[in-house]
Design a protein. Sequence first.
Length: 426
Amino acid sequence: MGSVGMLKNSTKICAPLMSQSIDQMVNDMFQAKVQGADVVEIRLDCIKNFQPRQDLKIILKNKPLPVLIVYRPKWEGGQYEGDEHMRLEALNLAKELGADYIDLELKVASDLMEEHKLDQHGGGKVIVSCYLDSATPSKEDLSHLVACMQSTGADIIKLVTNATNITELARIFHLLSHCQMPLIAYSIGDRGLISQILAPKFGGFLVYGSIEGNPVPGLPTLDSLRHAYGVEYINEDTKVFGLISKPVSHSKGPILHNPTFRHVGYNGMYVPMLVDDLKEFFRVYSSPDFAGFSIGIPYKEAVIGFCDEVHPLAQSIGAVNTIIRRPSNGKLVGYNTDCEASITAIEDALKVMGCTDGEASFPSPLTGKLFVLVGAGGAGKALAFGAKSRGARVIIFDIDFGLNLLPGMGLSILLGCQSLFSTSWF
């Protein structure tokens, strides 16, 4: 699909390459270009029997894209365990030979820059990086850390944290928005994914995506960044929508909604949101920029308590699967679209299959039919309500006898359904 009337942002997409041979590294650079990368990150510490002068010349002579050179030591999560002086010499050589960017760890950057041990004549920019294994620090601690990184004289700074909760990412977004120099900042882990995807909205210099066939844990693929998310079109005015669920990795929402947004020229982005605490999530992400949410397992019933208003149908069902933040006042309004969408689809299928013969007088092809449901969660409630409203005879099988006994019984009483509970349903 096209991107009607949408302008591209300046954020670059970088593919980290960790091949073990020079030949494969060169091949991967070209693959990354084909798959949509703007920059490639070359991990020298992953190359077996790396020969700095010989191998760097091959890499830089054959580069189809700007190159970021990284030679990550073991103490910063990399694979290099040799002499530190030789490692820094290789980085200096890369800059001298024409690398577009080189990465220096904060721990060594200050000394190198102050003592002028880094070649000042090469054209490459210096990225000073810091990796934190812990959760994202407070805003104050992040500000102090960034100030320390800026003091090294870096051209660009990079900060990576390990997200333990999706609400931590708000601090990353705040940092990106307020930093006075080019900044790469994101969190890794399942809860950190949206910090990569939404970085362009907050002014991130660069985002990372892996090439096909060489996945990198915690990173989206180049293909998903370009096509499922269209990150090159995100800007500060982009409205954020997402699926609140746990788990959330199964969601196909991004590949459905985002291309559609771009096709109609709507400046929106749909992302998966792995949420642990609903109350904290809605408190932290209360900005109008977070404009709406789909609600998945296990939150369709619990989320009602966080809505300012609930549509009567959703209130009757006792489950919400869609929330919209009303632009005029910021209130969260909950709806249930599971009911009508699912029941209408079933009715249409029955009509196509000819299951309405002789029943033309009935208001629905479900009228009088036996409607069997497995599960009494939020979606189950919606289907049961819809089927009963169409005159079907509803039976509910609840798989999790112990967990859903009361909800299942409550639903059956409410709707006049029959509940059958089983701990071993196949």
